[in-house]
Design a protein around this ligand. Structure first.
Ligand code: HEC
Length: 124
Protein backbone atom coordinates (compact mmCIF):
# COMPACT_ATOMS: atom_id res chain seq x y z
CA UNK A 1 0.00 0.00 0.00
CA UNK A 2 2.63 2.45 1.11
CA UNK A 3 4.90 1.38 -1.77
CA UNK A 4 2.13 2.15 -4.30
CA UNK A 5 1.75 5.62 -2.85
CA UNK A 6 5.49 6.29 -3.04
CA UNK A 7 5.66 5.00 -6.63
CA UNK A 8 2.72 7.24 -7.55
CA UNK A 9 4.52 10.22 -6.08
CA UNK A 10 7.72 9.41 -7.97
CA UNK A 11 5.74 9.10 -11.23
CA UNK A 12 3.99 12.42 -10.61
CA UNK A 13 7.27 14.17 -9.92
CA UNK A 14 8.61 12.76 -13.18
CA UNK A 15 5.63 14.16 -15.10
CA UNK A 16 6.05 17.57 -13.46
CA UNK A 17 9.74 17.69 -14.35
CA UNK A 18 9.07 16.58 -17.92
CA UNK A 19 6.45 19.29 -18.39
CA UNK A 20 8.86 21.87 -16.94
CA UNK A 21 11.51 20.74 -19.42
CA UNK A 22 8.96 21.09 -22.23
CA UNK A 23 7.98 24.59 -21.11
CA UNK A 24 11.62 25.61 -21.14
CA UNK A 25 12.09 24.44 -24.73
CA UNK A 26 12.76 20.79 -23.99
CA UNK A 27 16.14 21.56 -22.51
CA UNK A 28 17.52 18.62 -20.55
CA UNK A 29 19.45 21.09 -18.39
CA UNK A 30 17.34 22.50 -15.55
CA UNK A 31 17.10 26.28 -15.58
CA UNK A 32 18.71 28.32 -12.82
CA UNK A 33 16.42 28.57 -9.73
CA UNK A 34 16.29 32.32 -10.33
CA UNK A 35 14.20 31.58 -13.45
CA UNK A 36 11.32 30.31 -11.26
CA UNK A 37 9.36 33.58 -11.03
CA UNK A 38 9.54 33.99 -14.85
CA UNK A 39 8.49 30.38 -15.49
CA UNK A 40 5.61 30.70 -13.04
CA UNK A 41 4.20 33.66 -15.00
CA UNK A 42 4.85 32.17 -18.44
CA UNK A 43 7.35 34.88 -19.46
CA UNK A 44 9.21 32.05 -21.21
CA UNK A 45 6.34 31.77 -23.72
CA UNK A 46 8.02 34.73 -25.44
CA UNK A 47 11.32 35.47 -23.69
CA UNK A 48 14.50 33.52 -23.15
CA UNK A 49 16.82 34.34 -20.27
CA UNK A 50 19.95 32.61 -21.47
CA UNK A 51 21.90 33.67 -18.38
CA UNK A 52 19.49 31.42 -16.40
CA UNK A 53 19.45 28.65 -19.06
CA UNK A 54 15.76 29.50 -19.67
CA UNK A 55 14.70 29.05 -23.27
CA UNK A 56 11.71 30.69 -24.95
CA UNK A 57 8.93 28.61 -26.44
CA UNK A 58 8.57 31.28 -29.15
CA UNK A 59 11.38 33.80 -29.38
CA UNK A 60 9.11 36.80 -29.98
CA UNK A 61 10.47 38.98 -27.18
CA UNK A 62 14.07 39.90 -26.42
CA UNK A 63 16.31 37.83 -24.12
CA UNK A 64 15.66 39.28 -20.67
CA UNK A 65 19.28 38.71 -19.58
CA UNK A 66 19.98 42.28 -20.66
CA UNK A 67 16.65 43.91 -19.77
CA UNK A 68 18.02 45.85 -16.81
CA UNK A 69 20.20 47.97 -19.10
CA UNK A 70 18.20 47.61 -22.33
CA UNK A 71 14.92 48.95 -20.97
CA UNK A 72 16.27 52.43 -20.03
CA UNK A 73 17.98 52.62 -23.44
CA UNK A 74 14.92 51.50 -25.41
CA UNK A 75 12.08 53.03 -23.40
CA UNK A 76 13.74 55.84 -21.43
CA UNK A 77 12.45 54.51 -18.10
CA UNK A 78 13.94 52.11 -15.56
CA UNK A 79 12.85 48.47 -15.44
CA UNK A 80 10.64 48.98 -12.39
CA UNK A 81 8.74 51.82 -14.08
CA UNK A 82 8.46 49.81 -17.30
CA UNK A 83 6.87 46.85 -15.51
CA UNK A 84 4.58 49.22 -13.65
CA UNK A 85 3.54 51.23 -16.71
CA UNK A 86 4.55 49.13 -19.71
CA UNK A 87 4.18 50.05 -23.36
CA UNK A 88 3.66 48.02 -26.55
CA UNK A 89 3.25 44.27 -26.28
CA UNK A 90 3.99 44.18 -22.56
CA UNK A 91 1.21 46.66 -21.92
CA UNK A 92 -1.24 44.22 -23.48
CA UNK A 93 0.24 41.24 -21.65
CA UNK A 94 0.38 42.83 -18.21
CA UNK A 95 -3.09 44.32 -18.60
CA UNK A 96 -4.72 41.03 -19.48
CA UNK A 97 -2.98 37.65 -19.48
CA UNK A 98 -0.35 38.15 -16.80
CA UNK A 99 -1.17 39.48 -13.36
CA UNK A 100 1.96 40.54 -11.52
CA UNK A 101 1.60 41.24 -7.81
CA UNK A 102 3.84 44.03 -6.45
CA UNK A 103 5.92 41.31 -4.77
CA UNK A 104 6.43 39.42 -8.04
CA UNK A 105 7.23 42.63 -9.89
CA UNK A 106 9.84 43.52 -7.27
CA UNK A 107 11.37 40.08 -7.41
CA UNK A 108 11.57 40.25 -11.23
CA UNK A 109 13.28 43.67 -11.02
CA UNK A 110 15.69 42.51 -8.29
CA UNK A 111 16.50 39.29 -10.13
CA UNK A 112 17.31 41.07 -13.41
CA UNK A 113 19.23 43.76 -11.55
CA UNK A 114 21.23 41.04 -9.76
CA UNK A 115 22.05 39.50 -13.11
CA UNK A 116 23.36 42.85 -14.31
CA UNK A 117 25.45 43.29 -11.13
CA UNK A 118 26.84 39.80 -11.57
CA UNK A 119 27.84 40.57 -15.16
CA UNK A 120 29.56 43.81 -14.09
CA UNK A 121 31.40 41.96 -11.30
CA UNK A 122 32.58 39.31 -13.76
CA UNK A 123 33.55 41.98 -16.28
CA UNK A 124 31.34 40.70 -19.13
C1 HEC B 1 3.05 36.98 -25.51
C2 HEC B 1 4.48 37.22 -25.50
C3 HEC B 1 5.11 37.83 -24.24
C4 HEC B 1 5.01 37.38 -22.94
C5 HEC B 1 4.23 36.19 -22.40
C6 HEC B 1 5.86 38.25 -22.15
N1 HEC B 1 6.44 39.19 -22.96
FE1 HEC B 1 7.74 40.66 -22.39
N2 HEC B 1 7.87 41.34 -24.32
C7 HEC B 1 7.26 40.76 -25.41
C8 HEC B 1 7.66 41.47 -26.63
C9 HEC B 1 7.22 41.12 -28.03
C10 HEC B 1 8.56 42.48 -26.21
C11 HEC B 1 9.27 43.52 -27.10
C12 HEC B 1 8.65 44.85 -26.96
C13 HEC B 1 7.40 45.04 -27.77
O1 HEC B 1 7.30 44.47 -28.88
O2 HEC B 1 6.51 45.78 -27.31
C14 HEC B 1 8.64 42.38 -24.76
C15 HEC B 1 9.43 43.20 -23.97
C16 HEC B 1 9.69 43.01 -22.63
C17 HEC B 1 10.64 43.77 -21.84
C18 HEC B 1 11.56 44.85 -22.37
C19 HEC B 1 12.87 44.12 -22.64
C20 HEC B 1 13.90 44.85 -23.45
O3 HEC B 1 15.07 44.43 -23.39
O4 HEC B 1 13.55 45.81 -24.18
C21 HEC B 1 10.60 43.28 -20.56
C22 HEC B 1 11.43 43.73 -19.37
C23 HEC B 1 9.62 42.20 -20.55
N3 HEC B 1 9.09 42.06 -21.83
C24 HEC B 1 9.35 41.45 -19.45
C25 HEC B 1 8.44 40.39 -19.44
C26 HEC B 1 8.15 39.61 -18.24
C27 HEC B 1 8.81 39.84 -16.88
C28 HEC B 1 7.22 38.69 -18.61
C29 HEC B 1 6.51 37.70 -17.71
C30 HEC B 1 5.88 38.29 -16.53
C31 HEC B 1 6.94 38.88 -20.03
N4 HEC B 1 7.71 39.92 -20.49
C32 HEC B 1 6.04 38.13 -20.78
C33 HEC B 1 6.41 39.66 -25.39
C34 HEC B 1 6.01 38.96 -24.25
Amino acid sequence: MKTTWVLGLVAMTGVALTSLATRTGGSPVAPDPRAAVFLRHGCNDCHAIYAFRMKALHDVGPDLSYAYTNVPTRYGVDLETFLDRPTGMMRLMLASHIQLSPVDRDSIVQTLKGLYAQRVALGR
